[in-house]
Design a protein around this ligand. Structure first.
Ligand SMILES: Cc1ncc(COP(=O)(O)O)c(C=O)c1O
Length: 490
């Protein structure tokens, strides 16, 4: 039976129901955290069969609904905190981030107007000011929290597009796209995130608008090719909206030469956006901060805190160097950011965001910085980068493994290729490595990434977890080898 009053409110009954529901859920989480397996190992077909949505019209009540969620969701979730869960840029989260979620969720503030989130609006604004100072931007508050890297990249590309047309006296906001759109281009490296393509399609310019620049052997943008592609585009009468540099490509963790890209972009008056969704974590690093040299020269920056800042999903930010560009997306909604309120200096964040209703995810970063302090934050970020270097060294010492790329951030790309496969063609080695990844997940013992890098199918370890040691990874590599041998013998 459903509960008499299902709403979180001040009545005794509601508070009791809230405390019971939270206690029941957090006890289940504690049990889940303690289970030894990384995953219970169900296949797609098994899970599809098991999960049924047979809603009871009378309602089950909180307790039974939570029990069902534990049974059908929690028990078959992937343990992102497990030392052998290293497939993706998918971090284990800070304990303080969990506490922040309790506050965010219970208060349910919405960031689209001051009268829906008074203290939250000001904390977010101050955090944006602080992030700008970390990047090396001029003082100001142009920027906003986002749902993550994809949305931040969309904001960068959209404002670049609109600024480009505005310089030619045309308002995209008012009048939409115009002219020979096939001539409009964006440049990024071959290893830039696919959200560049997806976002350009969303912006009405299609995948065709993305020109891919070659990379060097470390997967960084090749400056000669960039200069050539810009010159070629200009010679063809094409117009370049933006150059997107990446600080931390998804697989290799490569950081494009930001200062050189900025200098070329400035020479040609092209907007530079930096996707620092991953590498932006180095802003807090003690050892590796200088990898981000030149970031401050970008017109806009993507940061993502649900990667190596260890925040729960979702939590990202977009920073805009020159606040005047925010005018390009300005909309005045009488019920949220009226002229009257703005004239009185009432702050609002709706004008800076693509979203209207929006979570107070900034609280997680604020509490994380407060709880850990920059020193501990730096240590847990640096740990992954240093560990990747150690793991790469270990991999090169193992006869059965080949290192595919020197690590740059916290990932290691390698493949299994034992002596018995020395004569095997690339397709067979690729198939074996793919099967290793699948078999490990199916066994529930490990989640190792499988990706393609420079035409080579390889395995990927993304070593974000600061509690993981070289010893843990040696155990994982032994498991990879054992699994591979089983597959070869089968
Ligand atoms: C370099 C880079 N940019 C952007 C993104 C997209 O970020 P999100 O998944 O937060 O939208 C990713 C995701 O892995 C990424 O690796």
């Amino acid at each position: 039976m459903s509960d008499a009053n299902p709403i979180l409110a001040s009545s005794e009954q509601s508070i009791r129901a809230y405390q019971q529901a939270i206690a029941q859920s957090s006890q289940a989480v504690v049990q889940w955290l303690q289970q030894p397996e990384m995953y219970q190992g169900k296949t797609v077909a098994e899970l599809r069969e098991r999960i049924t949505l047979d809603f009871n019209p009378e309602g089950l009540g909180n307790q039974a609904a939570i029990e069902r969620a534990i049974d059908y969701f929690l028990k078959d979730s992937l343990s992102v905190h497990h030392p052998q869960c290293v497939a993706h840029l998918h971090c284990p989260s800070l304990v303080i981030s969990q506490a922040a979620e309790v506050l965010i969720n219970a208060t349910n503030q919405s960031m689209d107007s001051w009268d829906q989130s008074p203290s939250a609006t000001l904390i977010e604004i101050k955090l944006i000011e602080w992030l700008r100072s970390q990047v090396g931007y001029p003082a100001g508050d142009a920027g906003v929290f986002t749902s993550g890297g994809t949305q931040s990249n969309l904001m960068g590309l959209m404002l670049a597009r609109d600024a480009f047309f505005a310089r030619r006296g045309h308002s995209i906001q008012q009048d939409g796209l115009t002219g020979d759109l096939r001539k409009i281009k964006v440049l990024c490296s071959r290893h830039a995130h696919f959200s560049v393509q997806k976002n350009m399609a969303l912006l009405g310019l299609g995948y065709q608008s993305v020109t891919l620049v070659k990379t060097d052997r470390y997967a960084r943008m090749d400056m000669n090719d960039l200069a050539e592609k810009v010159a070629q585009a200009e010679a063809n009468g094409e117009q370049i909206l933006a150059i997107v540099a990446t600080a931390g490509t998804t697989d290799a963790g490569a950081i494009d030469p930001l200062r050189a890209v900025a200098s070329l972009a400035a020479k040609h008056q092209i907007w530079m956006h930096v996707d620092a969704a991953w590498g932006g974590a180095l802003l807090l690093s003690e050892k590796y901060r200088d990898y981000l040299d030149g970031l401050e020269l970008a017109d806009s920056v993507t940061l993502d805190f649900h990667k190596q800042f260890f925040q729960t999903i979702s939590c990202g930010a977009f920073l805009l160097k020159d606040a005047r560009h925010y005018e390009l997306m300005r909309y005045q909604a009488a019920y949220l950011n009226s002229e009257f309120d703005e004239a009185q200096g009432v702050p609002n964040l709706v004008a800076k965001s693509l979203q209207t209703t929006r979570r107070f995810d900034a609280l997680k970063l604020w509490m994380g910085l407060e709880a850990l302090g920059q020193k501990q934050y730096a240590e847990i970020i640096d740990h992954g980068v240093t560990l990747a270097q150690e793991v790469a060294r270990y991999v090169t010492e193992q006869a059965a493994f080949e290192l595919v790329m020197e690590p740059q951030l916290a990932s290691v790309l390698f493949r299994y290729r034992p002596a018995q496969m020395a004569a095997a063609d690339d397709a067979s080695v690729a198939l074996l490595n793919q099967q290793i990844g699948d078999a490990l997940l199916e066994s529930g013992r490990a989640n190792v990434g499988v990706t393609e890098f420079a035409g080579v199918t390889c395995l990927k370890l993304t070593l974000l977890n600061p509690t993981v040691s070289l010893e843990d990874i040696k155990i994982l590599l032994a498991l990879v080898e054992h699994t591979a041998q089983e597959l070869l013998n089968a």
